[in-house]
Structures are given as structure tokens and as C-alpha cells.
Design a protein around this ligand. Structure first.
Ligand SMILES: *Cc1c(COP(=O)(O)O)cnc(C)c1O
Length: 454
């Protein structure tokens, strides 16, 4: 039997920080993450480049099924609608559609994406304050659900009546005080102030609109399930009022999105995985409130959920590499990574969990992680305890599936490839990495600017 040779570890001298757990400081990572769903990080980087986004289909489906189970075991009629803006790469949307999700869109562009993905018009929810006349005509004639945001939109739907082949199926977006501040009151119609009731009255008097539901989206990354109980109670009261006043049964209550993912918010003492409520806790709050509101069994509304980040965040990883290390003037260690805030927009809000992708030693050090951009705000982590990494070492950034692949930008550097690892652990490119040509394609050069001499 042979002894395996231990990995060499270079000696480090480190100042002891007063007040931390022990003389080595606080360790955040004990094990490297070398594989994602059976694929070696090093192999993924060799095949698709560095940096590269990787999504786990297994985690997406498992997370969706957990959420669906949490609601369906507590409430008889439940429908999820995938929030396109959270991650609208078509392959990702179609995983959710295969699981039975409708589409929830907030722009004409996203609406078109849902149509192109093959979602039937009746299963598209059209939200947001900016719907053009042409988009409204198309969506209404296509049988989609129009969630009205403001009075001008309501009047516009009346105005375009001659161009409509059918009655518009509409809901209003309602905003309200749920006990969580600041309240989101810029979208939709206010509940407490009576705006919501006014809008309902106007719709009910309109011949070309059919009020079919009520919608709210009370905020995002909501850590308190009780806020949803308050919202569901107020939504139910409004629906019951419509029944009482107009003898009309509403088909659904749409509770929007906003459930927290397992990311750690900046400045939070508790790790995100411990702070985020479970789907069961949200489901309990919402379903109990609606079931206790006083609906007859026949009038019980369909419960729609537009959950975004909580369904996809954990399935996403960003793989990247170290460009260089340096010491800052104050002695702190700084490591420059090859990915920055241009592709990791959520690093403005979260302290992302970041793990080395190769074995490492016992020691670790407080490190500032910078991106590669020539810009001071390009900071991935202001302070993370990591073992010393060297040039070309690889890391895995966790919980990046939500909002990064839609809010990213080609500022200074182009956007990387996105790879989906399927249920059989086979990787598929679902978005190619950008090239200078793919960006240049949209530009035009006026003839007189084509030539120059320097
Ligand atoms: C963004 C958005 C969602 C999804 O929100 P999450 O916080 O990602 O769950 C749902 N509904 C509407 C109307 C939205 O704007």
C-alpha cells in the first residue's frame, strides 16, 4: 500500500483579527466544488470557455415540483406562470412549460418570446405598465390575460374596441399595505385608498372588458410569509365584494412572485439558506388566508403564482477563473476574477457563495474579489474568506440562476455561453457566447464615416 502524497501548501503569515471565531478567522468553505451534476468544472470550462453560466435542469425541476407540491397539497386549484424576466432563455422557459407553467410577461418583447416558445395565448399573463396599443390588440385577440396597471391603460382598451375581435379578459393589479415597507405602490391600483374598487367599477360598466381576476405582486425577496397572508386576505375581500356588488364570480386570484431565494442579502447576519422561508411556509400563509376568507366552494378562485427567483436561483452557477492576485495599499488581499458585475448583476444585492473548484489547504484569508472591468464599482465580493487562489484557479459562484441572464450587459466584455445540464447529466449549449460580430450586427456605419487616415 502506498501513502498518497499530501498537496503542498505554502506557508502564510496572517494578522489575527480580534473578535473573529478563531485564530484562522472564519472559514466559509471547507470543500471544493469540483463537479456540477456529474460534469467536472474544469471540463465545462475547457468545452465552453471561462466564464460560463451553467444551469441544472435537475435542480430546476426538483425546485418547481417542491413549490407545486407545497401549494397543491394545501389548496385545490393552483397554477404557476413562469416569470419571463427572471430568466427568459427559451430552453429555461420550456423546462417550466413542460412542468405545466403558463407564461408571465411584462413587455411586448417577452410576450413575443412566449408565443415563439409555443405558449397558447390563453396561457399568457400580460403584466407591466408599458403595453402599446398594437401589443394590446394582439394580446387581446390572442385570448391572453391582460393585467391592467393604470387608468390610461383601461381607457386605451376601451378606445381600441373597434379593432378587437373579442372581449378583453382583464384583471387589475392591486397594491396594498402588507406590513412590509417600503410598500410597492407604484404599480397598479391602491387597495386602502379605494383606487382598486374604482377601477373595478369602471371595468364592470364596460362592455368590451370581462373582469376575470385580480392580481398583486407585493414585492421581491419577501422574507415574511405573513405579508402574503395579509395580501391574500385583502385580495379575497375585493373578490367577494365583486360577487356581492355585481353578482360576478372571479376566476382567479394571482398572488404574483416575490418569494425569497436561498441567497444571502448583503448586510444580513444569517446565511440565505437559513433565512429564506420554505415554499410550505408561503403556501400555508396564502392558502389559509383564501380558504378562510368566506368563498363558497363553487366560488373558490384559481390561485395563480408568478414565482420567479425562488424557482431558478439555486439551479444557476457561474464558473470562472482567477486572472491575478494583488495586495491593496492597506494590506488586504485582492483577487481579480474574469467575471464582473456586467454579467453578475445580482452581486449588487447578494453576498454570493463562491467556492474554489480545486482542492485547497487549511488556511484562508479575507479577500476582496474584483471583476475584470476597468471600473471601480466592479466588485464581486467586498469581503470573502477564501483560501489563497492563484492565477487560472477556477471557482464556482452559486445561486445565480435568477435575473443575471436577463440583466447582464455587454459592457466592456461580451456575454458568455449558457449551458444546461440535462436530467441525464449531458450538457447542452442553450445560448452561445457573444462574438464581436454578433454585437456589431446591429450597428450601421454611415458611408461618409467609413474611411479615415491617421
Ligand atoms: C418580477 C415579477 C415577478 C417575479 O418576481 P420574483 O421576485 O422573481 O418571484 C412576478 N410577477 C410580476 C408582475 C413581476 O414583475
Amino acid at each position: 500500500m502506498y501513502l498518497t502524497k499530501k498537496q503542498y501548501e505554502r506557508p502564510v503569515i496572517q494578522r489575527v483579527n480580534v473578535g473573529l471565531m478563531n485564530k484562522y478567522g472564519t472559514r466559509t468553505e471547507y470543500e471544493p466544488v469540483t463537479h456540477i451534476d456529474g460534469n467536472a468544472v474544469a471540463d465545462l470550462i475547457t468545452a465552453y470557455g471561462s466564464p460560463v453560466f451553467v444551469l441544472s435542469e435537475k435542480t430546476i425541476r426538483a425546485t418547481f415540483r417542491d413549490a407545486n407540491r407545497a401549494f397543491k397539497t394545501r389548496y385545490p386549484k393552483v397554477q404557476f406562470a413562469w416569470s419571463y424576466k427572471t430568466n427568459y432563455i427559451s430552453a429555461v422557459c420550456n423546462v417550466f412549460h413542460q412542468e405545466g407553467s403558463w407564461a408571465e410577461v411584462v413587455s411586448g418583447f417577452e410576450y413575443q418570446k412566449a408565443i415563439n416558445n409555443g405558449v397558447p395565448g390563453a396561457n399568457i399573463i400580460f403584466n407591466g405598465p408599458d403595453k402599446s396599443e398594437a401589443e394590446l390588440i394582439f394580446a387581446i385577440n390572442n385570448g391572453s390575460l391582460i393585467h391592467i396597471d393604470h387608468l390610461d391603460e383601461l381607457y386605451l382598451i376601451k378606445e381600441i374596441e373597434p379593432q378587437l375581435q373579442k372581449r378583453a379578459r382583464v384583471a387589475i393589479r392591486v397594491n396594498m399595505d402588507t406590513g412590509v415597507y417600503p410598500a410597492w405602490d407604484r404599480f397598479g391600483f391602491n387597495y386602502e385608498g379605494g383606487q382598486a374598487q374604482d377601477a373595478i367599477n369602471k371595468i364592470m360598466l364596460n362592455t368590451n372588458m370581462d373582469l376575470v381576476g385580480l392580481h398583486c405582486h407585493i414585492g421581491t425577496f419577501m422574507l415574511t410569509p405573513s405579508a402574503y397572508a395579509v395580501a391574500a386576505t385583502k385580495m379575497s375581500e375585493l373578490a367577494l365584494n365583486v360577487k356581492k356588488k355585481f353578482k360576478k364570480t372571479l376566476e382567479y386570484i394571482d398572488m404574483g412572485g416575490g418569494f425569497a431565494s436561498r441567497n444571502t442579502l448583503k448586510g444580513s447576519y444569517i446565511q440565505g439558506a437559513d433565512a429564506a422561508p420554505s415554499f410550505d411556509q408561503y403556501a400555508e400563509a396564502i392558502s389559509t388566508a383564501i380558504l378562510n376568507a368566506g368563498f363558497t366552494e363553487a366560488d373558490l378562485p384559481l390561485l395563480i403564482l408568478e414565482t420567479g427567483r425562488a424557482l431558478i436561483d439555486e439551479a444557476g452557477f457561474l464558473l470562472g477563473s482567477v486572472i491575478s492576485n494583488k495586495r491593496l495599499a492597506d494590506g488586504r488581499r485582492a483577487t481579480i476574477m474574469n467575471f464582473g458585475v456586467n454579467i453578475l448583476f445580482t452581486s449588487f444585492w447578494y453576498d454570493h457563495k463562491i467556492t474554489p473548484a480545486q482542492p485547497f489547504g487549511q488556511h484562508n484569508e479575507s479577500t476582496v474579489l474584483y471583476g475584470p472591468l476597468c471600473m471601480n464599482i466592479d466588485v464581486i465580493r467586498e469581503n470573502i474568506s477564501l483560501p489563497p487562489l492563484k492565477k487560472n484557479d477556477q471557482v464556482v459562484v452559486h445561486t445565480v440562476g435568477a435575473y443575471n441572464m436577463t440583466q447582464w450587459m455587454q459592457f466592456i466584455a461580451l456575454r458568455p455561453a449558457v449551458v444546461l445540464i440535462d436530467m441525464n447529466q449531458k450538457p447542452h449549449v442553450i445560448r452561445n457566447k457573444e462574438t464581436p460580430a454578433s454585437i456589431q450586427k446591429e450597428e450601421e456605419m454611415p458611408a461618409y464615416l467609413k474611411e479615415f487616415k491617421i
